[in-house]
Design a protein around this ligand. Structure first.
Ligand code: FRU
Length: 475
């Protein structure tokens, strides 16, 4: 903390998340090298080990057995005088195709971007001890360009496939390899879809018979600044062809999401932030948190996202068949003493239903979040003038609810200190938003305007997990 600590800075320290991963100290951006290996989830992440601003990029490391409680470990891959370590992925090379494993045992192999003044190229490191310590092997793929990054590798039939991106060209390149070290160009995909922004962090994966290409765009998201989109299409082993695309999350704060290697189901973790103001957030010893892990499926060509964590705490019903009118229904204050999951269904209505999460202490001036449901449209607004000196921080984001969910809209809202994530319409819509406020000083109220609406059931789960605060081995 500097001597110029503001009330916003103090509120931000209090707003350390309970159920979202954040490093103990210093800057974090993208999730990297997500892998489920020997019963443990590994989350590596873009990290500055020496400061609260972006720089000295290295891979931090945390592990979990339930995707809720995280233990942070020593920095896994550290920048050196040759290069910073940008984003990438990890695979388990079980049959030691790379030959890097000791005594023929299969190592974990990381593919990351070595970024230097001279350019960006894909490099390899390997680990013989399940991901704790890493040895750098060196660059394996160099196009001699300056914005070539973010390799994501997966096993396809009996070889490896990598997707990686020429960010400024908005073009994804696909490569194949037998040994993770020598790569042969297969094809390119893009530019396609929205026309603004650079492309970053591609991820290509199958769901059933379809293939999904997820990627991050900066700027150009409808909520302002950076965000994610996905294409649904077909991969024939050589190239990817898209049939349709959509925004992956409709809120302002979801970026650089990638899926785990080593799992049969698809689980994605994204960075809960937006490049447009990430550097302007109030001061805290830690900067940046991850969004909740999400399970991904497809329904009618549309990505369905549901929380991939199962709280151990029981949920309780706090209201049933509430006729909403102009008078506010207020969530019992004790439910907001920790992180909370709020599940509700809003039944057929000609009215506008408005949900407000706001600070109860005016001097804190923490950002308020308003979610409005009207005529089949969900509107998310974040208002704040005092917290951040960035005109793009106040946000308005809207999305249409699919027809079949309009008469009974289900909302699954996860409120942590500092953020709100909304899963709506059986997972067909998500909205992620930073609030930066300490949840204990907030109030949540719902009302209907211009008519009545019915809230059929409200359930609350108080989420107390905070084991990731007990980190080990930090240097
Ligand atoms: C995305 C990104 C990546 C890059 C990393 C650098 O947020 O810009 O493209 O590898 O962050 O920290």
């Amino acid at each position: 903390m500097t001597t110029n600590t503001t009330p916003a800075d103090l509120a931000r320290v209090a707003a350390r998340p309970k159920i979202h991963f954040a490093p103990q100290r210093n800057w974090m951006n993208d999730p990297n090298g997500l892998i489920f290996h020997d019963g443990v989830y590994h989350l590596f992440f873009q990290h500055n080990p020496e400061g609260t601003a972006w720089g000295n990029m290295s891979w931090g490391h945390a592990t979990s057995t339930d995707l809720i409680d995280w233990t942070e470990h020593a920095v896994a891959l550290r920048y050196d005088s040759d290069a910073q370590i940008f984003s990438g992925s990890i695979v388990s090379d079980d049959t030691n195709t790379s030959g890097l494993g000791t005594d023929g045992r299969g190592p974990l192999v990381a593919l990351y971007t070595a970024a230097s003044e001279g350019g960006q190229a894909q490099a390899v490191a390997w680990s013989d001890d399940g991901g704790t310590t890493w040895t750098k092997y060196g660059v394996v793929l160099d196009r001699g360009t300056s914005d070539f990054r973010d390799p994501k590798v997966f096993r396809y039939e009996n070889h490896w496939v990598m997707v990686t991106v020429e960010a400024a060209d908005r073009q994804i390149h696909l490569y194949r390899s037998d040994d993770l070290l020598r790569w042969e160009h297969l094809s390119a995909f893009g530019p396609q879809g929205p026309t603004e922004g650079i492309w970053e962090c591609p991820d290509l994966f199958p769901i059933g018979d379809d293939w999904v290409m997820a990627l991050s765009v900066n700027p150009g998201h409808p909520a302002g600044g950076s965000g994610m989109l996905y294409f649904v299409g077909h991969f024939d082993g050589t190239s990817f062809a898209a049939q349709r695309w959509d925004w992956l999350d409709h809120g302002p704060d979801y970026y650089a999401g990638v899926t785990f290697s080593g799992l049969d189901e698809r689980v994605m973790i994204g960075w809960l932030n937006n490049w447009i103001y990430a550097h302007d957030l109030p001061d805290a010893p830690w900067q940046g948190s991850m969004a909740l892990p999400r399970a991904l499926t497809l329904r009618d060509g549309r990505l369905i996202q549901t929380p991939a964590i199962v709280p151990t705490e029981a949920s309780r019903q706090v209201a049933r068949d509430v006729a909403l009118g102009a008078e506010e229904w207020v969530l019992p204050a004790d439910a907001l003493q920790t992180a909370v999951r709020l599940q509700m269904t809003i039944a057929s209505t000609a009215a506008t239903v408005a949900l407000t999460l706001e600070s109860v202490e005016e001097d804190q001036a923490a950002p308020s979040v308003h979610l409005t449901y009207s005529e089949g449209e969900l509107l998310l607004e974040r208002a704040s003038d005092a917290f951040i000196d960035n005109e793009l921080f106040p946000v308005t984001a809207s999305v249409l609810v699919p027809e079949e969910h309009r008469d009974a809209l289900d909302l699954d809202i996860w409120i942590d200190a500092g953020s709100v994530e909304i899963f709506a319409a059986a997972g067909s819509l998500t909205l992620s938003v930073l609030t930066l406020a300490d949840y204990r000083r907030r109030r949540l109220a719902i009302c209907a305007r211009g008519g009545e609406a019915l809230m059929t059931e409200v359930r609350v789960t108080e989420l107390r997990s905070s084991a990731h605060d007990q980190s080990e081995n930090r240097d």
